[in-house]
Design a protein around this ligand. Sequence first.
Ligand SMILES: *[C@@H]1O[C@H](CO)[C@@H](O)[C@H](O)[C@H]1NC(C)=O
Ligand SMILES: *[C@@H]1O[C@H](CO)[C@@H](O)[C@H](O)[C@H]1NC(C)=O
Ligand SMILES: *[C@@H]1O[C@H](CO)[C@@H](O)[C@H](O)[C@H]1NC(C)=O
Ligand SMILES: *[C@@H]1O[C@H](CO)[C@@H](O)[C@H](O)[C@H]1NC(C)=O
Ligand SMILES: *[C@@H]1O[C@H](CO)[C@@H](O)[C@H](O)[C@H]1NC(C)=O
Length: 409
Amino acid sequence: MKQMMLILMLLLSVASTTRVYYMLDPKNNSQLLNFSGCGNTLNCNHPVVMELVLDSLRHWVKEYHIDGFRFDLASVLCRGPDGSPLDAPPLIREIAKDSVLSRCKIIAEPWDCGGLYLVGRFPNWDRWAEWNGKYRDDLRRFIKGDPGMKGVLATRVSGSADLYQVNQRKPHHGVNFIIAHDGFTLCDLVSYNLKHNDANGEGGRDGCNDNFSWNCGVEGETNDSNVLALRSRQMKNFHVALMISQGTPMMLMGDEYGHTRYGNNNSYGHDTCINNFQWGQLAERRYGHFRFFSEMIKFRQNHPILKRDRFLSKNDVTWHEDCWDNLESKFLAFTIHDHNSGGDIYLAFNAHDYSVDAVIPPAPQQKHWNRVVDTNLESPNDIAPEGVPLTGSGYRIAPFSSILLKASP
Ligand SMILES: *[C@@H]1O[C@H](CO)[C@@H](O)[C@H](O)[C@H]1NC(C)=O
Ligand SMILES: *[C@@H]1O[C@H](CO)[C@@H](O)[C@H](O)[C@H]1NC(C)=O
Ligand SMILES: *[C@@H]1O[C@H](CO)[C@@H](O)[C@H](O)[C@H]1NC(C)=O
Ligand SMILES: *[C@@H]1O[C@H](CO)[C@@H](O)[C@H](O)[C@H]1NC(C)=O
Ligand SMILES: *[C@@H]1O[C@H](CO)[C@@H](O)[C@H](O)[C@H]1NC(C)=O
């Protein structure tokens, strides 16, 4: 009898613990709600669970000196006990206001597996930053050559004011990225149309999110030099766009040397060359791909006009464009102005499969244009940090290429 009581009490306490810590279907309390993709969802906005989460975060910061957090599928943190979205989720507010956590980087992946897509609308108290999923999708589509993407490209490189220019939010609250740990690597984004997740043993059923990839003509590995050259240009075009965009840029480790996962776009759990860092490839590509990627990062660091604290406005940029409505046009050129020293930066992105002759505007007074980047040129001419003086007022921009010019005395 005593034993039975004990078992009963244990079962009861397990049941009530589950009720506190996990979200349950209000119509069936034995059914866990699954917004995480893993079968259950922590009930984060319950006062007790919230304290557990906050204590853990503070512990990581105080004891381990963690700089910040990026919350996976963070929209689950915005749901109440029955899974419905909350306008002002207590946990999100507490994290924003906490005296320890307020000194950290706080970044949301603003969606979840239950379809709560909060890009640009994640509750934030002007504090939370967001992965800008629209930046990723729009950039992928423009660079691969989808029609009708010119206008959104302009919005995205200007800091996505449509998403973040509200209250005290700044361009840096938007985290721009092309690639993350989920999905294709940069190399695979330009090498595969389809996922190849055979090694996962899930019959290719796994993997979610987006699919805006283009293999440049051949699916997967190839020795075709034209295809390889096009892929190399495309990776550089993506990197140039990311490094000149207002907002906080994010890159995936390994993309700096062109890591491939052989088309696996859901590579969790592989302790193989699919995920292991390839030091040999880094060494092989140190003076080519890697050099371009690191010089472009340095260029951003050295040019504060690429990372302003406000969204680009009319005075900050001139769009060399008078037919925004032409859906067939896949070419965009613009000049970002340097009001202090006239070190303007001219950019042009050509996603057509033919060359475009661009008319370069006059450089600011007492200045002339220098070519820093032409992704169509072989290394080391693809990026020349000191710049190569431009002759004439025209520039032929190769198919699927981009250029960056800088005005210097
Ligand atoms: C409630 O959920 C449990 C667990 O999924 C399931 O076994 C049971 O059949 C459900 N009950 C009803 C009435 O749907
Ligand atoms: C949870 O949902 C995901 C889809 O988001 C699904 O793949 C998975 O099988 C579900 N897990 C369980 C245990 O129901
Ligand atoms: C993986 O690729 C497939 C297309 O083959 C796509 O449907 C799926 O959404 C992709 N998953 C990710 C995480 O990119
Ligand atoms: C990619 O997604 C689009 C839109 O969701 C769909 O029409 C297309 O068939 C998909 N392509 C692949 C290769 O999965
Ligand atoms: C590319 O060339 C290498 C060396 O000749 C060869 O080993 C490899 O199988 C080739 N790959 C493809 C996809 O043809």
